[in-house]
Design a protein. Structure first.
Length: 141
């Protein structure tokens, strides 16, 4: 009996990625899942563009009115995670890579608060360090 491939909606503000610039771990993780048969669609949010975040938010709010097309949503970073959590029909996995949970600079405190909130509300969380796990407030991170 053939099984359906896992359908993942990837949400990121650092996409597309390559191994030379940006955040190569996202591309590596996506390729590894694709090798296991997962299928992806991507919502890429242009960093620093409030209109891009608004458009993404509208897309996710609209998903609440539709039959789910994906098995899960995988969001990278806190801002993308908080946008993904606007829909309630699919589980959200949020991956945090650093400053979205750990930043100490005054200018990044808003992003840190958004990231921490997204970590606590996501269905599952992936973090890179024990310190990030502690900051996320999740024992299962």
């Amino acid at each position: 009996m053939a099984t359906e491939p896992l359908r993942i909606l990837l949400v990121s503000n650092v996409y597309p990625v390559d191994d030379q610039t940006g955040t190569p771990s996202i591309g590596i993780q996506q390729r590894m899942l694709a090798q296991k048969g997962a299928e992806f669609d991507v919502i890429s949010i242009q960093t620093g563009n409030p209109i891009a975040y608004l458009i993404a938010a509208i897309k996710f709010l609209w998903m609440n009115l539709q039959k789910p097309k994906y098995d899960l949503v995988h969001a990278y970073y806190g801002l993308s995670g908080s946008i993904a959590l606007l829909q309630k029909r699919m589980p959200v996995v949020a991956t945090f890579l650093g400053s979205d949970l750990l930043s100490e600079s005054e200018s990044d405190q808003r992003d840190k608060k958004i990231g921490t909130s997204a970590a606590r509300r996501a269905d599952a969380v992936i973090v890179m360090t024990e310190e990030m796990k502690k900051t996320s407030g999740r024992d299962d991170a």
